[in-house]
Design a binder for this molecule. Structure first.
Ligand SMILES: [Ca+2]
Ligand SMILES: [Ca+2]
Ligand SMILES: [Ca+2]
Length: 437
């Protein structure tokens, strides 16, 4: 008897299925290591070459239950995340380094990543198999929790030409462990059926806050955020990189009710503020801190036409609940002048000039010496860690919020980042300085 196991090469031990593609090539489906190609030169008594193709290379999952050929060149595989298919010759070629193959070069119409945090990126190459030029557009169908983009979104391919697509998916909110959010990208060309690329983002137990807000603390202080996790990532050189806290621009004034419901048609009942955003700014935050109005609404967007005013078609964040306290956080805003517009939609009483206190700021990745963060040197996969945040702010009139940005790094490569908003408690005599809280 000849036995092959994980101790012999790149092969899983929890074997679920076997499939011979020819006399000298065996595909092995395993629970933990995707599909392994075992290939013998000519003599099966020799030690085979063993190469696994896994989720990291584009398979839907590392746990493959069954391999089923369909007789048309495709291998269908079942997993705990559904089924997928891959062209047999592409899989075999990718799993054959001696023949110039590279598992990560596998160009599957499906994509999944198990080691990205908050943002995942893939590249796929599509080829025009016709002899005439074709124009394609892309249509994205993804869960609301995901912000998905494909670059280029439109392209024209000469006959036989190829195009590499960059696919980027960002989880706008955390995906619950075990949950799976799917992405479908249709490539459309008139007169042809859609070509579908499909992928999935599976929630893992990674836990990095999208944002941390610390309320009612002193101008100098420290706080430990417990239980952060990078999920399946095991990191030996963890670090924290801190963008210094910027001071929110606070607008404390009165505002009467808008005389109509449209916030973009004139100055009555609205307050606007200009926010210069530098290149590479991680976020822009605008928020109502307090008010006497019954219903304020907040609109934020880049001043694309540089007229100093915000038009409806420039708005990228709308916070218009039925309540008065509104907040916008725009991640990775484009550099340029942005405009924050606050509308008094419903005043506290007819004709009332309501007190408002609005704060806004563009965050930075540049250190400023007023904020620091300490992470452990390394972490094991699935192991929570603590992050200690320390701040030291100067006293400032009207006690503005401070906004920092913290990135969790591995060997200086950013793995996750989040905004940190600190609202110092007002000192004696400051709390009511503006006549309201
Ligand atoms: Ca109006
Ligand atoms: Ca404008
Ligand atoms: Ca509102």
């Amino acid at each position: 008897m000849q036995r092959y196991s994980a101790s012999d090469g790149d092969l899983g031990n929890h074997v679920r299925d076997l499939h011979f593609t020819d006399d000298y090539t065996l595909l092995v489906a395993a629970e933990e290591r995707g599909v392994s190609r075992l290939s013998w030169s000519a003599d099966v008594a020799e030690q085979p070459q063993m190469v696994s193709v896994r989720a990291a290379h584009g398979l839907l999952s590392d746990g493959i239950h069954q391999i089923l050929p369909d007789g048309h060149g495709w291998l269908w595989m079942s997993t705990n995340l559904g089924i997928f298919r891959v062209r047999q010759r592409e899989l075999l070629a990718a799993a054959d380094p001696l023949g110039g193959g590279d598992p990560s070069a596998l160009n599957l119409p499906s994509f999944l990543s198990q080691d990205c945090v908050a943002r995942c990126e893939w590249q796929r190459t599509v080829k025009n198999i016709y002899s005439t030029a074709l124009s394609f557009s892309t249509q994205i169908n993804a869960a609301a929790a995901l912000n998905v983009s494909v670059t280029p979104a439109q392209f024209t391919l000469a006959g036989g030409a190829s195009q590499t697509l960059a696919i980027r998916a960002e989880a706008l909110v955390g995906i619950a462990p075990e949950a799976v959010e799917t992405v479908r990208i249709a490539l459309r060309s008139s007169g042809l059926p859609d070509t579908l690329l499909s992928g999935a983002l599976a929630g893992i137990n990674g836990r990095i806050p999208n944002e941390l807000r610390i309320n009612g603390v002193g101008l100098t202080g420290a706080q430990t955020q417990r239980g952060l996790s990078l999920g399946a990532l095991s990191v030996s050189n963890l670090g924290a990189r801190v963008g210094g806290a910027v001071t929110g621009t606070v607008r404390a004034q009165t505002l009467i009710q808008d005389n109509d419901t449209n916030p973009f048609n004139g100055p009555t009942g609205v307050l606007t503020g200009l926010v210069p955003v530098a290149a590479n700014a991680p976020a822009l935050i605008a928020e109502v801190l307090s008010t006497t109005a019954a219903d304020l609404d907040l609109f934020v967007g880049p001043d694309l036409n540089a007229d100093g005013a915000l038009q409806a078609n420039e708005v990228l964040c709308t916070s218009a609940s039925e309540a008065a306290i509104e907040r916008c956080k725009v991640d990775a805003p484009a550099a340029g002048n942005w405009i924050v517009l606050l509308q008094n939609y419903t005043a506290s009483a007819p004709g009332a000039a309501d007190q408002i206190r609005l704060s806004y700021a563009a965050l930075t990745r540049n250190p400023a010496g007023n904020l620091s963060a300490a992470a452990p040197a390394g972490i094991q996969a699935w192991t929570p860690f603590d992050l200690q945040v320390t701040w030291n702010f100067a006293t400032q009139a009207d006690n503005p919020p401070r906004y920092g940005f913290i990135e969790i790094t591995e060997a200086n490569q950013v793995r996750a980042g989040f905004a940190l908003s600190i609202y110092p408690a007002a000192g004696p005599g400051l709390l009511f300085a503006n006549g309201f809280e």
